[in-house]
Write a protein that binds this ligand. Structure first.
Ligand code: SF4
Ligand code: SF4
Length: 216
C-alpha cells in the first residue's frame, strides 16, 4: 500500500541518515523519540526540503526510525542466517513501460531482470545481491511476499520498498520467524523511485562474513 503522499529524500545530506540511525538506536532502547523527531524535522528543514506537511513528515520519519530500530534488533539473528533472499520493488526499475525488458513470471511471482540498462538501480542491485549468493525477486507489491516465502525456506530476507510496504512485509516475516533487514526507498511515488545502493551494499557486506562462515 503506498503512502498517501509523495516524498524525495534522495538529496538530503548524510547527517540526516546518521541521525536517523541514532534515533533508531534510542528507539531500540525503548526511549521515547517522538519529541526528538519533531525537533529533527525542524532542524533539518525537512518540510522545506520535501514540501511535506508536518503530519506527513512525522509519519515518514517515524517509519524510518522504526525500520532502523527493527534492523538493529534483527541484525544479529540475520547474521546467522543461511539461505537468504532480496526483495526489490518493481517501481525502482529505470523504465516502467516496455523499454524495461524484464519478464514477469506470475508463478513466482517476480519480474526477471534482463539487465538491459547498466544504470538501472534494479539491474545493479540484482547483480550485487546475486554475487553475494542471494535469490533476488522484483515484486509488483508486498502482497507477493507470502507466496514467495511460503515454500522456499529462507532464513533471512532483505526488503527494499517504501516504509508502508516494508511494515506489511515485516509482519509477514515476523509471522514466519524469518530474520529481516530493510532498506527504505528515499523517493516514493510508485515509479522512478530511488533507494541508496550504498545502504544495500553495506547490509549485504556487513552480513557477508558469517553467511560464508567467515571466509571471503
Ligand atoms: S535493467 Fe532490468 S529492471 Fe532495469 S530496465 Fe532493464 S530489464 Fe528492467
Ligand atoms: S512506492 Fe514502490 S514499494 Fe511503495 S507502494 Fe509504490 S510501488 Fe510499492
Amino acid at each position: 500500500m503506498p503512502y498517501k503522499f509523495t516524498f524525495d529524500l534522495s538529496k538530503i545530506p548524510r547527517f540526516f541518515f546518521t541521525e536517523l540511525t541514532r534515533m533508531g538506536y534510542e528507539k531500540r532502547m525503548h526511549r521515547k523519540v517522538s519529541a526528538a523527531i519533531q525537533d529533527f524535522i525542524r532542524k533539518c528543514k525537512i518540510q522545506e526540503a520535501t514540501g511535506l506537511n508536518l503530519a506527513d513528515a512525522i509519519q515518514l520519519l517515524e517509519d524510518l526510525v522504526d525500520l532502523e530500530a527493527r534492523n538493529l534488533l534483527e541484525r544479529e539473528k540475520f547474521k546467522k542466517t543461511g539461505r537468504r533472499a532480496l526483495l526489490l520493488p518493481h517501481c525502482a526499475r529505470k523504465y516502467m513501460d516496455n523499454r524495461c525488458k524484464a519478464k514477469f513470471e506470475p508463478d513466482i511471482p517476480s519480474y526477471i531482470c534482463a539487465h538491459c540498462s547498466e544504470d538501472c538501480l534494479i539491474n545493479k542491485a540484482v547483480s550485487l545481491a546475486e554475487g553475494e549468493g542471494y535469490d533476488v525477486y522484483i515484486l509488483p507489491g508486498s502482497s507477493c511476499v507470502p507466496k514467495i516465502l511460503k515454500f522456499r525456506n529462507y532464513e533471512g530476507v532483505i526488503g527494499v520498498a517504501c516504509g508502508e510496504e516494508l511494515k506489511l512485509a515485516g509482519k509477514v516475516l515476523e509471522s514466519m520467524r524469518i530474520a529481516g533487514q530493510a532498506v527504505p526507498l528515499l523517493r516514493n511515488g510508485c515509479s522512478n523511485t530511488f533507494f541508496n545502493m550504498q545502504t544495500l551494499q553495506r547490509i549485504l557486506k556487513k552480513n557477508r562474513e558469517l553467511k560464508r562462515g567467515g571466509v571471503d
